[in-house]
Design a binder for this molecule. Structure first.
Ligand SMILES: *Cc1c(COP(=O)(O)O)cnc(C)c1O
Length: 376
């Protein structure tokens, strides 16, 4: 008798495609936590696609929770927010190819300017008055106008204002060392900020919105708050000072693509760098470094399956990782959580940063384009 083998095919729908889910309620909770730490206006910084969480999703959640401004690097990002219906003030502070002055004025997008050349260009290009924030280097040597050039920047600004090409509405700085959670580390920057602001007032501008602090300064040092704080990392659950517990705002899930039992002595992955000391089960998960899984990982790195943490074994490939599930063999389609806010067996973005020797910012901004996006 010949057995008729009926091919059993797992329907594709049983597989959960790799997905990054954004959790707007966590963003809102984080905004509320920042608002409890300051009486200043809160700007939600949603550059780099909202730190990988979706700029529009994060912006809407933050504004609904009381953020009054939005911040981005480029004018094009600000225009996308306007097109999504966000009507609060938006500041753009880094335009590598030059700010589009006409578009900025038309869409009510404020531009931060940190050099005399940039300001001259803006004045030359503007047709309607552009709202400008003068950006002072408060001690980082990474963008912002040098203290020595501040007076010249103010002269150019005065001429631009007189010609109806710009309106100075703000003064901006940035803290180089706020993540140290040590007010003494910020004192020099705060002093420079005050002196810079006073010079702008003496030049006849005002009222001015003054802003210096990002997440770490907002959470740890009220002397840095001035009129507004600019919160990016904090929105998505990252406190660079590691002093405040914020809510993780994303969950990265995938599923087991294939699993099998293997004998002791099995070498796993490229280069056979991991040789299994005992018989075990391996699960293949279809995400790799092209999806943002760091290739350099400590041996501690793992994922959650079925409420338990299992280690990643062997090298991370471009499209896949292998997980050692020990006694358990998880069938194709079983859900895998790479990171999420739950705690316990579910790794956090802070865990991933530790395993990869980096900061959580690079984990969330590094998730690749083929990972589906969804909203919780
Ligand atoms: C990215 C950025 C911020 C936000 O910083 P976080 O530490 O992520 O809150 C604020 N200001 C400027 C100028 C930035 O570039």
């Amino acid at each position: 008798m010949t057995a008729v083998l009926t091919p059993t095919r797992t329907p594709l729908s049983a597989l959960v495609a790799p997905t990054l889910q954004t959790i707007p309620e966590a963003v809102a909770a984080n905004v509320r936590q920042v608002r409890a730490a300051t009486s200043s206006t809160v700007m939600a910084v949603v550059k780099a696609d909202g730190y990988g969480h979706g700029a529009v999703t994060v912006a809407r959640a933050a504004v609904d929770a009381g953020a009054e401004w939005l911040g981005v690097t480029e004018v094009a990002e600000a225009v996308a927010l306007r097109e999504a219906g966000l009507s609060v003030p938006i500041l753009s502070w880094l335009n590598p190819a030059g700010a589009d002055a006409v578009r900025a004025a038309a869409q009510r997008i404020d531009i931060a300017v940190g050099s005399v050349e940039e300001l001259r260009q803006l004045v030359a290009d503007a047709e309607e008055p552009v709202r400008v924030h003068l950006h002072l280097d408060t001690g980082m040597a990474r963008g912002g106008c040098a203290v020595d050039d501040w007076a010249e920047l103010l002269r150019v600004a005065r001429r631009g204002a007189a010609a109806g090409r710009l309106e100075v509405v703000g003064v901006m700085g940035h803290l180089p060392r706020a993540d140290e959670a040590d007010p003494a580390a910020n004192a020099a920057a705060v002093l420079r900020m005050r002196q810079g602001r006073d010079a702008v007032l003496r030049a006849g501008f005002g009222p001015l919105l003054v802003h210096l602090a990002a997440t770490a300064g907002a959470l740890t040092d009220p002397s840095t708050h001035f009129g507004m704080v600019r919160i990016g990392a904090g929105l998505v659950g990252i406190d660079p000072s590691e002093t405040v517990a914020l809510a993780g705002a994303s969950r990265f899930t995938a599923s087991v693509v294939h699993s099998a039992g293997v004998p002791a002595g099995t070498a796993v992955g490229y280069g056979g760098t991991c040789v299994l000391p005992r018989a075990t089960h391996l699960g293949l998960v279809g995400v790799g470094y092209a999806d943002g899984i760091p290739r350099q990982l400590s041996a501690e790195a793992g994922v959650e399956i079925g409420g338990r943490r299992y280690p990643i074994v062997g090298r991370v490939s471009m499209d896949q990782i292998v997980v050692d599930t020990g006694e358990e063999r998880y069938p194709r389609g079983t859900a895998v959580t790479l990171f999420g806010p739950e705690g316990g067996a579910v790794p956090s973005i802070q865990d991933w940063a530790r395993w990869a020797g980096t900061i959580p910012h690079t984990i969330v901004t590094g998730i690749g384009p083929r990972v589906q996006r969804s909203i919780a």
